[in-house]
Design a binder for this molecule. Structure first.
Ligand code: NFS
Ligand code: SF4
Length: 627
């Protein structure tokens, strides 16, 4: 067993960029060079353009904007706006899923695949389930879910899943999220000209807006996606560009909303469509994915993962992509002009993400069948337009076992420990592994790629270091895909672990890096730590568990960071969230908020030091609880 190295990823990319040069294609590598150095004011977060008296930027000679706002107010306002953008985005995804659930019908195309989970959530929310038709219940729960976005009174329903202690903190600190949309609106209100300029108030709202995402919109997205498409269970798949097949029609799904990608997978698997592909000279149809929608269909269907965020252009550069079909979020507008250099069809499907140089096929829950069929057919018809001279698919792929929902983790670990502590259906076996020291702790590795950090390198190096130190990893988003591409989700990767973790991997038959899904699925990680806390009698902040986003780039990632910290988990970042311009804001985020929520951020650009800091924190936490 051998990991694929980042050097091998890079060599493959080099080769693809050469193809790009032949056809006059651009690439993010070149655009980064054009944008470097970045604007210093922007980097430090000290530029304000929220009113037309500005833009104002803070310098030693100009310590205040025209309205008199100081640098701390400007930096904190920018941070809150950044958060609200992420929270809105994740939560709107959750809303779309609620709408899809509302359209579920026994005759399809959207069905209730996990009725048990639907009933479980309904009971949690106090909805009567007895004697109800499952589809009636689905529609009722969809409406209830949608009401969470605009509820007039009270807080998010899902907060009740947190341990009592955490709920009390949220109440005490006035950060328990109310209606999801209200938190986003309230954030934009607070950041309007002439409202808040006090960092404490703005950062507090950042935490609340983040919590409305993680324990509101994202959690709805995850839970109702499970109801519709099935709760993930361990499943085999493969990752990296080598999953694309030269002889086949290649359809790549990219984005986040599984409502689209699930339907594309359905139709690509349809015998009629496969026969049609054969009639056009292809051997079959291969669907692979990029970014989080890839995580969704990998977790539920074993659909292979072509790559993560900074690999999206590579997919087209293979010259073997008949269609790249996108829904929302993290889609490079570059895919439009890039696909024009090849035969590739760039198909946008959502009114939320419309881009020049794309073909727009409006996808909607009611017409999902026809839409998906039309898209698959368009890809097949495009096969004959391929230019064979441009086709090069790097021969890189690794095996991966994915699909570790909380339900799956609990089930898988049931068999690990000796019978006297083994209470099935709880996280107790995992707690036993941690308290005995066989596993030292856990790190949630999440987030994107960012050209500011050598792509994938930070994710992979950190994971290698952590598992060698007997720290188990749960991963999501593009971090999970980095792991899968390298081979860290192959069960054979147990050989890279310390003796304790290796033993657990063998007993439970798991890889050392557990794929928990997309970024909205970080809500799964919140449920997992809540369960660990309840089952162990500890507070979440006492668990030897931390979060890490070493290569993050999006607004969503900041929203996530805020809810992870506000849930009580220390969070380690490899990229600064544009707050270095304000000592007050930086100190709050890296220290002051610990007094509110028992956790804070660490920002460290040196990846080695970042890893050491996480290990040290985990060991500190162990010591503090005497294990
Ligand atoms: Ni997350 Fe998923 Fe990837 Fe970053 Fe984008 S795909 S939602 S934001 S880039 S991890
Ligand atoms: Fe300048 Fe104040 Fe307007 Fe911001 S709100 S642009 S600091 S005048």
């Amino acid at each position: 067993f051998k990991l694929t190295t980042v050097e091998e990823f890079e060599a493959a990319t080099e080769r693809l960029l050469e193809t790009g040069k032949k056809v006059g294609a651009d690439g993010w590598q070149y655009r980064v060079a054009n944008q470097t150095p970045h604007c210093k004011f922007g980097e430090q977060g000290v530029c304000c353009r929220i009113c037309s008296m500005g833009p104002c930027r803070i310098t030693p000679k100009a310590p205040r904007g025209i309205c008199g706002c100081d640098v701390h107010g400007i930096v904190a306002r920018n941070y809150l706006k950044f958060t609200a953008g992420g929270s809105a985005t994740h939560s709107d995804h959750g809303r779309e899923i609620c709408h899809t659930l509302y359209n579920a019908k026994p005759e399809g195309p959207y069905k209730v695949k996990d009725p048990e989970k639907l009933i479980r959530i309904a009971k949690e929310w106090g909805v009567e389930t007895e004697g109800k038709d499952i589809y009636d219940l689905a529609h009722e729960m969809a409406v209830r879910g949608l009401e969470e976005y605009g509820k007039v009174f009270g807080h998010q329903n899902f907060l009740k899943r947190a341990p009592q202690h955490t709920q009390e903190i949220w109440e005490r600190e006035e950060i328990a999220p109310r209606a999801i949309d209200r938190e986003v609106s309230c954030s934009l209100h607070m950041t309007h000209m002439g409202c808040s300029s006090k960092p404490e108030a703005l950062i507090r709202q950042s935490l609340r807006s983040g919590l409305s995402d993680g324990w509101g919109g994202s959690m709805a997205g995850t839970e109702f996606s499970d109801v519709l498409f099935g709760t993930p269970k361990p499943i085999e798949t493969e990752a990296n560009l080598g999953v694309m097949e030269k002889e086949n029609v290649n359809i790549v799904v990219h984005g986040h909303d599984p409502s689209l990608s699930e339907m594309i997978c359905e139709y690509a698997d349809d015998p009629e469509m496969i026969a049609y592909a054969k009639s056009k000279g292809a051997k079959g149809i291969t669907v692979s994915g990029v970014c989080c929608t890839s995580n969704e269909v990998a977790m539920r269907r074993g659909i292979p993962m072509a790559g993560n965020f900074l690999q999206q252009e590579n997919v087209v550069l293979t010259g073997a992509c008949e269609a790249i079909v996108v829904d929302v979020q993290c889609i490079f507008p570059a895919l439009g002009p890039l696909s024009k250099c090849f035969h590739t069809k760039f198909i946008t499907t959502s009114p939320i993400a419309q881009m020049p140089d794309s073909e727009f096929i409006r996808f909607n829950a009611k017409t999902a069948d026809e839409n998906a069929k039309a898209i698959v057919k368009m890809a097949i018809d495009n096969f004959e337009n391929r230019n064979p001279d441009l086709v090069y698919i790097p021969d890189l792929k690794q095996k991966a076992t994915v699909g570790y929902s909380v339900e799956a983790i609990v089930k898988t670990l049931d068999g690990v420990t000796n019978s006297q502590v083994d209470e099935t259906g709880t996280t107790k076996p995992l707690i036993e592994c941690i308290t005995s020291g066989v596993i030292r702790g856990a790190v949630a590795m999440v987030g994107c790629n960012n050209p500011k950090i050598r792509p994938d390198h930070a994710h992979i190096e950190l994971m290698k270091k952590l598992i060698a130190n007997d720290i188990i990893i749960v991963a999501s988003g593009c971090s999970a895909q980095a792991a899968a591409k390298a081979g860290l989700m192959d069960k054979a990767a147990k050989d890279l672990c310390g003796a304790g973790l290796k033993r657990v991997c063998e007993l439970a038959d798991i890889p050392p890096v557990l794929h928990m899904g997309s970024c909205v699925d970080i809500s799964r990680m919140m449920v997992l730590v809540a369960e660990l806390a309840k089952d162990s009698g500890l507070n979440i902040s006492q668990l030897p568990v931390v979060g890490c986003a070493p290569e993050w780039m999006s607004e969503k990632a900041v929203s996530i960071g805020n809810y992870v910290v506000a849930t009580g988990l220390d969070t380690f970042l490899g990229v600064d969230p544009y707050v270095s311009g304000s000592t007050e804001v930086a100190e709050l985020l890296t220290g002051g908020i610990r007094e509110w929520v028992e956790a804070a951020y660490t920002v460290e650009k040196d990846i080695d030091k970042l890893g050491d800091a996480m290990i040290a924190r985990i060991e500190e936490k162990r010591e503090a609880i005497g294990i």
